[in-house]
Design a protein around this ligand. Structure first.
Ligand code: NAP
Length: 271
């Protein structure tokens, strides 16, 4: 069974790897022996993470089996990438490919949130959210697919959406709209790229505690929100591990255009 989820020597490019979910995914995929490209704007965070991952791999070499040694020879590469900037995305992929080859898997995770009522959301806030969460996801997916098709790599792309792409809450109109669009984009790309052997799926997490929302969940409104989650708690990032390993590996070989919800039952909360 573990071979089904094997990622040894797969090249996985992660956007938004400098914190939260992306950083967590980097540790997860690294522990499974994948070669990684860590992408984001804060290169100092990526460098620190890359150092940590290399050290962890070296340290865990003692008493290693032959399989472990093979996994630990994997490489970690850092690229500066602003997903809102088409040229930056193209350059990031180009340097990543020079070092590690065309990615087999892209975790299209970079995203930003904005909390304000629709009446108080100005056009620059709207633009920043939609540019990052939607146009950025499209830039990255398209760049990945261009390289995968050219190299005939039967790769897969995992777009990080949100349960706010499926239901709404007050004060997040730009964010919810961008994530709903990511879900529809995922399905469109899955349809178009299946003929190239490229799978495109989405992960729709519920509320997980990260930098993006830590302050909010400490407020009274945040605490009230947690009470509306059927499991009455926030998710731990480790609870995304199973779905991420499924989507990144051959275990999901017949899945494309799917959206996996991981939310403690939030989407089925009582109306
Ligand atoms: N946390 C949750 O509860 C939750 C729930 C559902 C969905 N999500 C989604 O999960 C994803 C990750 O969020 P998170 O919670 O881990 O938040 P986070 O800790 O704030 O991480 C966001 C990441 O996105 C990167 N990023 C933002 N703008 C970027 C840009 N223009 N170019 C490149 N990278 C950029 C940031 O890196 P730099 O600043 O270094 O560029 C950072 O690494 C997002 O798509 C978010 O919408 C989160």
């Amino acid at each position: 069974m573990p071979e089904l989820y094997d990622l040894t020597s797969r090249h996985i490019l992660i956007t938004g790897a400098s914190s939260g979910l992306g950083e967590h995914a980097a540790r997860l995929f690294s522990s499974r022996g994948a070669n990684l490209t860590l992408a984001a704007r804060r290169v100092d965070h990526l460098d620190a993470l890359a150092r940590e991952l290399r050290t962890t791999r070296q340290t865990s070499r003692f008493n290693a089996t032959a399989d472990d040694l093979r996994a630990h020879s994997a490489q970690i590469h850092v690229v500066e990438m602003d997903v809102c900037d088409e040229e930056s995305v193209a350059n990031g992929f180009a340097t990543s490919i020079k070092s590690l080859g065309v990615p087999d898997v892209v975790l299209n995770n970079a995203g930003v949130a904005h909390t304000a009522s629709a009446l108080k959301t100005d056009s620059s806030d709207w633009q920043r959210v939609v540019d990052t969460n939607l146009k950025g996801v499209w830039f990255v997916a398209r760049e990945a697919a261009l390289h995968m098709t050219e190299a005939k790599t039967k790769g897969c792309i995992i777009n990080v959406a949100s349960i706010l792409g499926m239901r709404v809450a007050g004060g997040v109109s730009a964010y919810a709209t961008s994530k709903a669009a990511v879900i529809q984009l995922t399905k469109s790309l899955a349809l178009e790229w299946a003929r190239h052997g490229i799978r495109v799926n989405a992960l729709a997490p519920g509320y997980m505690e990260t930098e993006l929302n830590r302050e909010f969940f400490a407020t009274d409104a945040g605490k009230e929100l947690i009470k509306r989650v059927p499991q009455r708690r926030l998710g731990n990032l480790s609870e995304l591990d199973g779905p991420m390993l499924l989507l990144a590996s051959d275990a999901s070989s017949f899945m494309t255009g799917s959206v996996i919800v991981v939310d403690g039952g939030h989407l089925v909360s009582s109306l």
